[in-house]
Design a protein around this ligand. Structure first.
Ligand code: G4P
Length: 283
């Protein structure tokens, strides 16, 4: 999915999120485990001000497990409830439910003081495009869920997915996520989003992207390209891409090395985890 953000879109997204936030207790922010910083929206902190926040590092099946553990520790140390999941796996949603229970202890205590028992905890999903918001909502809703809506007290047009939580408290999740923009003015962020396939940025040429990946892998995972493609890599990243073109028979009609195709192959292997579980941002 390619999203072009303009100031008008951003104002509208903020406005609609502010409205939704009034209705909820907890914001569940989804990011990509491979790029926990680059997949953050720059406004989220101020938008969430005063609301309990849960951070879900999604696509953990594609990220380096030990790096993800370090990220969780870092965010938890910063005082943010954090969990890593693969949203495609329905079982992992339980982890988020437990965290919702944990994060809503204060709210429950406040309710109880006012004599309110078992009022559902209301939550909404937010995140930049492609982090897995819809996948999460689908897995969360499952079959057991019931949708509520257009009832007194429920804002017209809003649909809530109602589920029992990990503990006794029921959870109501807003069925449409808040879509926010990434920090696109930062070039490194743009590269990371393009490498993970989150944006198709026509401004970044795929050979440049592949060279960036080769350099990153050479620094962080030396030997990985050699092991995967069966040749001893040279030091220069352009040469490595040429070697890859040779190894994979990427030749143009005139018999020259087709670097665009070699770049595409490498990026496709990376994006589909065929090179293993790789995190692009480390703590
Ligand atoms: P969004 O609503 O935030 O825009 O994201 P969406 O759920 O559409 O997910 C974007 C892509 O990421 C989808 O792949 C989805 O299947 C995949 N995805 C979501 N969560 C996870 C996860 O935890 N692990 C992995 N490995 N993939 C995940 P797609 O290629 O666009 O669609 P499809 O081929 O899966 O149908």
């Amino acid at each position: 999915m390619h999203f072009q953000w303009f100031p008008g879109h951003m104002t509208k997204a903020i406005r609609s999120m502010r409205e939704d936030i009034k209705l909820i207790d907890i914001i569940i922010e989804i990011r990509d485990s491979r790029i926990p910083l680059s997949s953050e929206n720059p406004e989220i902190k101020s938008l969430a001000n005063g609301k309990q926040r849960i951070l879900v590092l999604n696509k953990s099946d594609m990220a380096d497990e030990s790096e993800t553990r370090k990220w969780i520790e870092k965010f938890e140390n910063d005082g943010i409830y954090t969990v890593a999941i693969n949203a495609k796996n329905k079982n992992e949603i339980k982890k988020v439910k437990s965290l919702i229970d944990k994060a809503s202890v204060e709210k429950k205590a406040r309710d109880l003081k006012r004599g309110i028992k078992n009022r559902p905890v209301r939550a909404m999903i937010v995140g930049i495009p492609n982090v897995g918001k819809s996948t999460f909502i689908n897995s969360f809703a499952g079959r057991a869920s019931t949708k509520t809506g257009n009832k007194p007290g429920v804002t017209k047009g809003k649909q809530w997915i109602r589920l029992s939580g990990a503990g006794s408290t029921p959870i109501e999740l807003l069925d449409t996520p808040g879509i926010l923009w990434p920090k696109f003015e930062d070039q490194r962020v743009g590269l990371n989003l393009a490498l993970t396939g989150s944006i198709k940025d026509e401004l970044i040429i795929s050979t440049d992207l592949a060279l960036d990946l080769i350099e990153y892998l050479d620094e962080m995972h030396p030997g990985l390209i050699s092991e995967n493609y069966g040749f001893e890599t040279e030091k220069d990243s352009v040469r490595v891409l040429e070697q890859l073109a040779d190894a994979r028979g990427c030749l143009s009609k005139g018999g020259e090395k087709d670097l665009d195709r070699a770049a595409f192959l490498l990026l496709d292997d990376f994006r589909n985890s065929r090179l293993g579980r790789i995190s692009l941002e480390t703590v």
